[in-house]
Write a protein that binds this ligand. Structure first.
Ligand code: GDP
Length: 437
């Protein structure tokens, strides 16, 4: 969906437009406790474009001195959240000084802006529409939110900026997949990296001790660009002091932040030590994809049975990461090394998944029927509609009546069902629940 922020000064008709685009049933008020009331969120559609709407109308009742500052701040936030800003002015009133302030604010961001001159029904508004040209934000689109006029023009204008966003996403195909290799000292990271990208490459790496930073290295795997950062492997080996080092938390955090997929390297003879669990948990909380790599597998006996045990252990210790691939290999002998990158790319693909809104809602109906939400105080929480707001990691918003009463176990049921139905093992899935009225 296109995330569309509706911005403009009070009383130009933003809420009316919001309601028209959202459709009555889907007009949403975000009422999570503690969340500011100054922005409304909703989903809607214009032509064949799915919309995630962000409305900044909520502060219109406020009339104290803080209004302008809050208006500015809410607008800034809304623009940042959006793909496209829809700037609404009042065609009957013409351009006011506050409109000019908004125009200035919008120019500072590099988001596409569509300028709409609202209340443009009838001839009396022509002058106002023309005046809006002067804002320097392109041709104003004359609309009437109340009467539903100009919606086709608005659609065309949105369509004109939307493909840019799509193309941008296509470019991602050529962008390197960012991978981090992390783990405890002596887990076997350096040996693995050496084997993975070749010794030669590492000889050109930085001298040990020159920098503590994790250094990215570009390489390709089966023709696909990969950018790798690891927290130790790129420093030259065989320094006594390095082997005495503790796990460098800041290096690990930096590497995880950098990465799309994290390979957590563990010594197969002692997997899932406390630090491994902490790293894995951090990866999940940061929303990265994760591959468990059990190296030194050549030292393990009864490999088949042991692997089963370890996978079980992983599910028990890290239920939030159930389904993440576990690859057992030996960097030393090279055995099963060829299984690592396919697992990484599978996770990366899942992590980037975009589910069609229609499929999502078909699935939602199925999931609700299979296991209806529980009644709370005799009243049922009714999930209504779901939309994916972002990928990487897959992030969804569920609109429901009495959303604040949806039990967390039910949210987890939905996440697990999503994971299964859309085959997304091993990636964090986010679902936030919002209230609709
Ligand atoms: P790092 O600190 O995580 O980079 O770990 P290193 O790659 O330096 O490895 C620590 C020790 O484990 C070294 O003595 C390696 O030779 C050894 N090692 C690494 N990978 C393997 C493996 O697959 N099999 C065996 N048997 N030993 C390994």
């Amino acid at each position: 969906p296109m995330r569309l922020a509706i911005v403009g000064r009070p009383n130009v008709g933003k809420s009316t437009l919001f309601n028209r685009l959202a459709g009555k049933k889907l007009a949403i008020v975000d009422d999570q406790p503690g969340v500011t009331r100054d922005r409304r969120f909703g989903v809607g559609r214009i032509g064949d474009i799915d919309l995630e709407l962000i409305d900044t109308a909520g502060f219109e009742n406020v009339s104290d001195d803080s209004l302008e500052a809050r208006m500015r701040q809410q607008t800034e936030t809304a623009i940042e959240e959006a793909d496209v800003a829809l700037f609404v002015v009042d065609a009957r009133e013409g351009v006011t000084p506050i409109d000019k302030v908004f125009a200035e604010l919008l120019r500072k961001h590099d988001k596409p802006v569509i300028l709409a001159a609202n209340k443009a029904e009838g001839k009396a508004s022509d002058a106002g529409v023309n005046e809006a040209f002067g804002l320097g934000l392109g041709e104003p689109i004359a609309i009437s939110a109340e009467h539903g006029e100009g919606m086709a023009d608005l659609y065309q204008a949105l369509l004109a900026v939307w493909p840019e966003v799509d193309e941008e996403e296509d470019e991602d195909a050529d962008k390197p997949v960012r991978i981090a290799i992390v783990g405890r000292p002596n887990a076997g990271k350096s040996t693995l990296v050496n084997k993975l990208i070749g010794e030669d490459r590492l000889l050109t790496g930085p001298e040990a001790g020159i920098t503590r930073d994790a250094i990215p290295v570009d390489w390709t795997w089966e023709g696909r660009p990969v950018r790798l950062v690891d927290t130790a492997g790129l420093r030259r080996k065989a320094k006594v002091q390095e082997k005495l080092e503790k796990l460098s938390t800041s290096d690990t955090i930096r590497a995880i932040t950098f990465a799309e997929v994290v390979i957590l390297v563990m010594d197969a003879t002692h997997p899932f030590e406390i630090q491994d669990l902490q790293i894995a948990d951090l990866v999940e909380r940061e929303g990265r994809g994760l591959v468990f790599c059990l190296t030194k597998w050549d030292l393990v006996e009864n490999q088949g049975a042991r692997l089963k045990e370890i996978i079980e252990e992983a599910g028990r210790l890290l239920p939030q990461l159930r389904g993440s691939p576990v690859v057992a290999l030996s960097a030393e002998t090279g055995r099963h090394l060829d299984r690592l990158m396919p697992a990484v790319f599978k996770v990366h693909g899942d992590w980037s998944t975009k589910v069609k809104t229609r499929d999502l809602n078909d699935w939602l109906q199925m999931a609700l029927e299979r296991h209806p939400p529980p009644a709370v105080n005799g009243r049922r929480v009714k999930p209504k509609y779901m939309a994916q707001t972002k990928s990487r990691p897959p992030t969804f918003v569920l609109f429901a009546t009495r959303a604040d009463q949806l039990p967390d176990h039910y949210r987890r049921y939905l996440i697990n069902s999503l994971r299964e139905s859309f085959d997304l093992p091993g990636v964090p899935i986010r679902v936030t629940v919002k209230s609709n009225r």
